[in-house]
Write a protein that binds this ligand. Structure first.
Ligand SMILES: [Zn+2]
Length: 274
């Protein structure tokens, strides 16, 4: 029998308005029709800050004015590993200018390695990651890292480039306790996405109780990675509550506690006003 009518909708969780969605792609065409409603639903569900991740200077220029008009919006920008082979010296200089000009740009990323899809050749991914890390270090910016099937290589590059104890967020964390402990030992932060709600995410679910909330933030990565109970549908920031709920259950804490603590961690990481 369908339990659809028993789904708790986000606004019914009664979460305090301190939530931070740390990773969204609201400039994607999936949100072109109903962005205002998407934002309103999130706000009704306690999300007050939205981190929009731009994947290129082109995307930034096309969409940042419209998004910046939304209260609580902040940005990150970087060339994703999928497009690593498009990165040029001119683009690096262009991104440096954008960061200098826009205080709403709070972190460099998402950048990293994706050896699952391999949409750019691996050597191009490594080079783009290194070049962007060097720029982020020069500009003294926090970094948002994407790493898929490339954890060892990612850690090695970050170590070689002296990123230990620099502000770094490991986005869309999906692995187990060993990687979580390596990330934490380097002084970095971990972002928990919707798949923590899937019963089969065993390693991730086992890792969650071992990550202090002072180092944990929450993300949707919308329109992707929709948590239960909406798995298979378009993801949106309002669904962050389901991720918080799964984290709370795994830690035997209240969802309010997780929501507030992860919100505070995210505000500190991205230097958002209280
Ligand atoms: Zn993303």
């Amino acid at each position: 029998m369908s339990s659809k009518k028993n789904i708790s909708m986000p606004e019914t969780f009664g979460l305090p308005t301190v939530g931070v969605e740390t990773h969204a792609h609201l400039d994607f065409p999936e949100f072109a029709e109903d962005l205002d409603q998407v934002v309103a639903r999130a706000q009704a569900a306690g999300v007050v800050w939205f981190g929009n991740v731009f994947l290129s200077p082109v995307a930034y220029r096309l969409h940042h004015t419209r998004l910046a008009a939304i209260p609580g919006m902040f940005f990150t920008l970087g060339i994703h590993p999928h497009e690593a082979d498009t990165l040029t010296t001119e683009m690096l200089a262009d991104m440096a200018t954008l960061f200098a000009d826009d205080p709403g740009l709070r972190a460099f990323g998402e950048i990293g390695l994706d050896f699952y899809w391999n949409r750019s050749p691996r050597d191009a991914q490594v080079r783009a990651f290194q070049d962007q890390l060097a720029l982020a270090r020069d500009l003294d910016l926090p970094v948002v890292v994407h790493s898929r099937e490339a954890e060892t290589e990612t850690l090695a590059i970050l170590r070689d480039m002296d990123f230990t104890d620099r502000p770094l967020l490991w986005h869309c964390f999906g692995q187990g306790r060993d990687l979580a402990e390596a990330v934490l030992a380097n002084g970095w932060h971990i972002s928990i996405p919707g798949p923590v709600t899937f019963p089969k995410s065993t390693a991730l679910r086992q890792a969650v109780p071992h990550i202090p909330l002072s180092r944990m933030v929450l993300e949707t990565d919308c329109p992707f990675l929709t948590p239960q109970p909406f798995r298979g549908k378009r993801n949106e920031p309002a669904y962050l509550c389901y991720t918080a709920q799964a984290v709370a259950e795994l830690r035997n804490q209240s969802i309010h506690e997780v929501w507030s603590a992860c919100g505070a961690t995210a505000r500190a990481f991205f230097q958002l006003a209280p």
